[in-house]
Design a protein around this ligand. Structure first.
Ligand code: HEC
Length: 266
């Protein structure tokens, strides 16, 4: 399950910011790391696309599109943006099930607005300010984890039109420095699930860099939840991340433990 807390800030990041990160990665990694940005349809703005940033495969670029998809795929609730159920077995209601309320807003609209009002869990400041965690962040940066797990980016200025012009970045989300510890781009690190959603064929082998903000609230890691420890998750990084993962393995165990302390403060 992907966390949606703080995703309003991610929606407010301009395409150009994500494309610039992708462009900068080969130079930082001797050409090994190249995040892939894909253009995805904005359901509420027919014919318009945007750089995808939500979902395991970056299959959505707006929170409203993401909500409409989740409502129909995960709960069988059709809406004006997703009128067709994947299955009609046991269906007794008529479509769309999600209709506007007295305010003229459907459930998907309220849901998208709700997510825009949330923040990620704050860092564990006690742990984050220990010498070990602070040293660990330096290690994280020096071996290049931050090439994909990007530490900071700035959202678009307020009133910038995004989502095919259907949403203006509000003051509360505009021009904010965020610390997602992710690039929202697709990478091949050897954990690909073989699934293609909106992107081209090569995305079968890729997954979105997991943003590490809020990491301390999780107990299992990676898209398949098959890693029970942070070390285990790091050891599974191969492909584009092979050099960085190799450098982690080559660290003295003191520095490895510092890096883990840092991750546990996120
Ligand atoms: C080439 C890009 C890349 C680099 C470099 C990279 N990662 Fe990742 N990381 C990813 C991707 C992609 C995923 C998601 C993989 C999946 O879910 O199968 C991920 C997932 C993770 C996760 C699991 C998070 C979760 O919520 O489940 C952790 C922890 C992590 N990385 C830590 C690190 C550390 C520490 C380093 C440096 C040693 C590092 N990564 C370097 C791309 C990268």
């Amino acid at each position: 399950m992907l966390n949606t807390l703080g995703d309003g800030f991610v929606e407010a990041v301009d395409d150009s910011t994500l494309l610039a990160i992708a462009d900068s990665q080969p130079d930082q990694s001797h050409g090994l790391i190249r995040g892939e940005a894909i253009q995805v349809p904005i359901l509420e703005a027919p014919g318009q696309t945007r750089v995808g940033r939500f979902g395991w495969k970056d299959q959505h670029g707006s929170l409203l599109s993401f909500a409409a998809d989740a409502y129909v795929n995960e709960m069988g609730v059709t809406s004006r943006l997703r009128m067709v159920d994947p299955t009609s077995v046991c269906k007794v209601t008529s479509d769309p099930e999600d209709r506007p309320d007295a305010l003229g807003l459907a459930d998907i609209d309220h849901f998208a607005q709700f997510v825009r009002g949330t923040k990620v869990p704050p860092r564990d400041t006690l742990l984050a300010t220990t010498p070990d965690a602070m040293a660990g962040q330096k290690v994280f940066e020096s071996i290049g984890c931050n090439i994909c797990h990007v530490e900071s980016m700035t959202t678009a200025p307020q009133r910038t039109p995004v989502n095919g012009g259907m949403f203006l970045v509000p003051e509360a989300l505009g021009n904010k420095i965020i610390h997602p510890f992710g690039d929202f781009l697709l990478h091949q690190i050897g954990t690909g699930d073989g699934i293609v959603q909106v992107g081209p064929e090569d995305t079968a082998a890729k997954l979105r860099t997991a943003p590490l903000w809020g990491l301390r609230t999780k107990s299992r890691f990676m898209h398949d939840l098959a890693s029970l420890t942070l070390e285990g998750a790091i050891y599974r990084h191969r492909g584009e991340a092979r050099r960085v993962a190799h450098d982690f393995r080559a660290l003295p165990s003191v520095q490895q433990q510092q890096l883990i302390r840092f991750l546990k403060s996120l």
